[in-house]
Design a protein. Structure first.
Lengths: 112, 111
């Protein structure tokens, strides 16, 4: 299925645990990015990538790592989860930004 | 630095009222584009339209219309005869190598 696939859809973590949020696309999109959306707020950019092997920080990168070893996958790693990272995480991808981005359905993460 | 501002945090209207949402993109570029997205209560992000800053004509799609006002550098998004299904958060963002979103405008349409 063409599109952006995010897994898992829901996750509960304990403070201090680590985990990886997966994002995969099969549209050969070079541009991929991660956002977090806190309740009642907009989407804030965490990290982004303009191609395999190239990543850069966004507005709120602290506590998160990314890598882009393939065009298809752009995983987001939480190193040591904190309650402040409770949020909904969206992944997006684009072939050419001018023509638009495709979003995943989101991962709802709760850190207790 | 580039900045997207949606000054209207929340708007409430009664069904069938017209409503206009604003978005200002601060950039050194003289011409630029802007995306509008809709996020209904179900949470997914729905792409609505891409608009440019060098065409001040209205673009109309059904009950939706968009225009750019050069005098205020403001992209306006108007919903005519609003419906309850229009209740959502609306975001604007320029199509860069990553999306920089405004904080969004929450529209509530009451029956």
């Amino acid at each position: 299925n063409a599109g952006v696939t995010q897994t898992p859809k829901f996750q509960v973590l304990k403070t201090g645990q680590s985990m990886t949020l997966q994002c995969a696309q099969d549209m050969n999109h070079e541009y991929m990015s991660w956002y977090r959306q806190d309740p009642g707020m907009g989407l804030r950019l965490i990290h982004y990538s303009v191609g395999a092997g190239i990543t850069d920080q966004g507005e709120v990168p602290n506590g998160y790592n990314v890598s882009r070893s393939t065009t298809e996958d752009f995983p987001l790693r939480l190193l040591s989860a904190a309650p402040s990272q409770t949020s909904v995480y969206f992944c997006a991808s684009s072939y050419v930004p001018f023509y638009g981005y495709t979003f995943g359905s989101g991962t709802r993460l709760t850190v207790v | 630095a580039q900045k997207v501002t949606q000054a209207q945090t929340e708007i409430s209207v009664v069904e069938k009222e017209d409503v206009t949402l604003d978005c200002v993109y601060e950039t050194r570029d003289t011409t630029y584009y802007l995306f509008w997205y809709k996020q209904p209560p179900s949470g997914e992000l729905v792409f609505l339209i891409r608009r440019n800053s060098f065409d001040e004509q209205n673009e109309i799609s059904g009950r939706y219309s968009w225009n750019f006002q050069k005098s205020t550098s403001s992209f306006n998004f108007t919903i005519t005869a609003s419906q309850v299904v229009d209740s959502a958060v609306y975001f604007c963002a320029p199509p860069l190598d990553k999306l920089i979103f405004g904080t969004g405008t929450r529209l509530q349409v009451f029956p």
